[in-house]
Design a protein around this ligand. Sequence first.
Ligand code: PEP
Length: 252
Amino acid sequence: MRTPLVAGNWKLNKTESEAIELINAMMPGLEKVGGVEKLICPPFIALSSAARLLNASSIKLGAQNMFYETEGAYTGEISPTMLKDLCEYVILGHSERREYFGESNQIVNKKIKAALAHDLIPILCVGENLADNEAGKAADVISTQLRASLVGANIFDGSKLVVAYEPIWAIGTGRSATAEGANRVIRNVVRPILSGIYGAHVGNKIRILYGGSVKANNAKEYFGMSDIDGALVGGASLKAEEFVGIAEAAQK
Ligand code: PEP
């Protein structure tokens, strides 16, 4: 009942011309994949070109970050109204933003509310670090992140929010969480919290992705799990063949 979503987070990679090249390389393969929502999130500078290229395609476009104000004296920031013209999704609260740019749950919360207010679909990233994982605190950390990030973030349709469970120790490390382990966290922690906040009807419609070293050769294991609705893909989304392979693996 939830359409799988395969999202590529390009991070700080690709100039505008390189982005155009990569989109052209992956578009034919992605277009052949049906029954899966395919999304790419290039850097801000490539969004307009990407929007033009993807205009008539089935591939959606998202941003990797956003500020919560709509305009004003915020040098270097990008607003929800600027993004709204170009894309449908925005990744918020990625662990790299939390770690390198000091994003707290409170900041993420403001961003989530701003995105929703402007009809952008947030992909809220949550996940524990290695120390918390080893100390058995994953559920507590995820619970705090989810509750604090979603305070006052009203949604009445679960398709307007996506959550990505990304254990930090599995991001860009090649050390992925097992499919069973990721599924267990999503089923026993993430989904019940979302259903607790929004009610089962809305909560059951929210897609929950796994993220952390997903590749074409391990994607099927994740997508075969009962509670994993797709993937947020970093490194492997920068290679056309890999990303198309992951999207293909999500086809039922
Ligand atoms: C990410 O950046 O969200 C991610 C999951 O990265 P990678 O696939 O490279 O681990």
